[in-house]
Design a protein around this ligand. Structure first.
Ligand code: DGL
Length: 252
């Protein structure tokens, strides 16, 4: 059975993990949310490279993963080349190129891109979508309100409306959720923006297909955090209405 490692700075990558599991249940999944160092989006590239190297190294050594899914746009846009150079035998799937390919098959004109500061500063999406009008906006506060279990729906609605106003005023018809935490704000986003919403999951599912070997056995799902495991279990329960035992791992 294929062993797939999935990494993110926190709970955001779970939006990708749960979508992939639905599509490909016959693989083993090993997730790490680096809650101890979340958010990554406010860090510089060198720090993000160092942190993500440790996560991948842990999965390669301890879980013998065949495929790595970088379920984090911040790591994808700053560290993919570096991680590929360090783990040459690993199949590495990141978020940016699959999402760009997905967009190219759509009929879109004005694209709003919301992401973390690090992803926006990398300019990776604009570079790969040169023929499109891409309007970027860093929304680091979205990561904070997603990670905070006490954020009310009303608070989320107000913040999302404020943050998206400038993009909507520029007539965007499509919005890229360039951070895997953001699908957890879809309810608030849909209340204020009624165009097309693109997230990383669908694009990653398409990309993964060529590496998946179909079989009839259900794989295992192991969720790890570098932060507090009880807190992570609670976040999963509140945000995804799912029950998982989470392991607390020591990497540093
Ligand atoms: N979920 C991440 C992303 O896709 C990172 C959020 C953060 O840690 O700032 O960019």
């Amino acid at each position: 059975m294929v062993n797939i490692g999935v990494i993110d700075s926190g709970v955001g990558g779970l939006t990708v993990l749960f979508d992939i599991i639905n599509e490909y249940p016959n693989c083993n999944y090993y997730y790490i949310g680096d809650s101890k160092h979340c958010p990554y989006g406010k860090r510089n590239t060198e720090e993000i490279k160092k942190l993500s190297f440790k996560l991948v190294n842990y999965l390669v050594i301890n879980k013998k993963i065949d495929i790595l899914v970088i379920a984090c746009n911040t790591i994808s846009s700053t560290s993919t080349t570096y991680l590929k150079s360090q783990f040459k035998d690993l199949i590495i799937i990141e978020t940016v190129i699959p999402t760009v390919n997905y967009i190219k098959n759509m009929n879109v004109k004005n694209i709003g891109l919301i992401a973390t500061e690090a992803t926006i500063n990398s300019k990776m999406y604009e570079k790969k979508l040169k023929d499109y009008n891409v309007i970027p906006k860093a929304c680091p506060i979205f990561v904070d309100i997603v990670e905070d279990m006490n954020s009310t729906q009303n608070k989320k609605d107000i913040i999302v409306k404020q943050e998206l106003k400038s993009l909507i005023d520029q007539n965007i018809d499509t919005l890229i959720l360039g951070c895997t935490h953001f699908p957890l704000l879809t309810k608030s986003i849909s209340k204020t923006f009624n165009g097309k919403i693109v997230n990383s999951s669908k694009a990653i599912i398409i990309e993964l297909e060529k590496y998946i070997r179909k079989n009839n056995k259900k794989g295992i799902v192991e969720i790890n955090t570098t932060g507090n495991n009880k807190m992570f279990e609670k976040q999963i329960k509140i945000m995804f209405r799912k029950e998982y035992n989470v392991n607390q791992i020591e990497i540093w």
